[in-house]
Write a protein that binds this ligand. Structure first.
Ligand code: PEP
Ligand code: MN
Length: 368
């Protein structure tokens, strides 16, 4: 399945010569001084393409700083005039859309807490009817690809063709080093469903801690994401929101300098040949893996029939433990990741059980 989005190529509305687009600026606009100084420092790095600032902040608890509001839009416009950087803000209501557009904001984004709610997304989409402005849609808080897709579709159907997604990680019950689990596979699935849709990455909200940002930013670049949104503040230690994850503009420059940029294609024929050879080898190995899984399932079929004919239960716990132990010793010797192999074997085992259950439910005569 492919998504049916009508979008313009990224280069047609933001041409950065094929380099990742860097969006940076404070989590929140706090004071005129803070915003203008941060904007100046960010501009001076020479590495930032778009200036961001949160004007309306979705906060978990009431009473926390909920954003400076429209007043901040005036400062943002000043920052834009001074630095020449186009600006981006988060919008969560029709009123935000109107106020941001009236104040000359160049790019709008929809935050993770809005993407989860189709009513909110539709309200924003309705306010965008007939407007020609780029819109970036962050993934929803929860790991639900359909909600993300639904939001992109709603905005696209309102006529927004300068559209991109922002991967900012997903809330997870399990504790981890990250504020929001990257769950890269969801972003990859989106890319597969809509190859023409640009996807940016937001390492700041994935990490929640500035030390982790370089690693996530590099992974995003390695996955061919077209941009990064990284929060920067003139003095992160005193930031009113997301203090732990913001970096100084100097640190931002260092992070960007240290990124290894890769190309998804190359004109170099030696490289292309080598890549084609490696891909052929991978294709062959994948075929072998599938053939072997087919062979294994044929054996499972036989065992299932045998167990059924002899009235033996499907699952013998000892046998499964023995399988796991033997395979893990081999996996370890092959230097394969333990978690990966365990998950892989468990999937195969579950499929074997499913197949045998099916066989158990056929009568002896049906098969013979
Ligand atoms: C933000 O960008 O400051 C923000 C609130 O992000 P998210 O919607 O990803 O939480
Ligand atoms: Mn933030």
């Amino acid at each position: 399945m492919k998504l049916n989005l009508n979008i313009q190529p990224l280069e047609s509305w933001f041409d950065n010569g094929g380099k990742p687009i860097i969006i940076s600026g404070p989590c929140s606009a706090e004071t005129e001084e803070q915003l203008l100084e941060t904007a100046r420092l960010v501009k001076e790095t020479g590495k930032v393409n778009i200036l961001r600032a949160g004007i309306w902040k979705p906060r978990t608890r009431p009473g926390e700083f909920e954003g400076i509001g429209v007043e901040g839009l005036v400062w943002l416009d000043k920052a834009k005039k001074e630095t020449g950087l186009p600006t981006a803000v988060e919008v969560a209501t029709a009123k935000h859309v109107e106020e941001a557009l009236a104040a000359g904001v160049d790019i709008l984004w929809i935050g993770a807490r809005s993407t989860v709610n189709p009513f909110t997304v539709q309200e924003i989409a309705d306010a965008l009817q007939g407007v020609d402005v780029p819109v970036l849609v962050k993934n929803p808080i929860n790991p639900d690809l359909s909600l993300w897709i639904g939001a992109l579709e709603r905005i696209n159907r309102a006529g927004i063709t300068k559209l991109a997604a922002i991967h900012r990680g997903f809330s997870s019950f399990e504790k981890s080093a990250y504020r929001n689990e990257p769950m890269w596979d969801l972003a990859i699935q989106l890319k597969t469903l809509a190859p023409e849709l640009p996807i940016f990455n937001d390492p700041s909200h994935i990490c929640g801690a500035r030390e982790l940002i370089p690693h996530i930013a590099q992974t995003a670049i390695d996955l061919d994401m077209q941009g990064l949104m990284i929060e920067a503040h003139r003095d992160p230690s005193v930031a009113w929101t997301d203090a732990k994850q913001q970096v100084t503009p100097a640190k931002l420059a260092e992070i960007i300098d240290n990124l290894t940029l890769r190309h998804s294609d190359s004109d170099n024929s030696e490289f292309t040949d080598k890549l084609a050879n490696l891909r052929n080898s991978i294709d062959r190995v994948d075929d072998l893996i599938l053939q072997k899984i087919g062979e294994r399932m044929a054996l499972v079929q036989k065992i299932g029939e045998y167990k059924r004919d002899n009235d033996v239960t499907i699952l013998q716990v000892n046998r499964w433990e023995e399988i796991l132990e033997k395979r893990m010793t081999l996996a370890n010797a092959l230097k394969l990741d333990k978690d990966f192999v365990e998950k892989f074997l468990e999937m195969i085992h579950n499929e074997s059980i499913r197949k045998q259950t099916e066989i158990m439910n056929t009568s002896k005569s049906e098969v013979n």
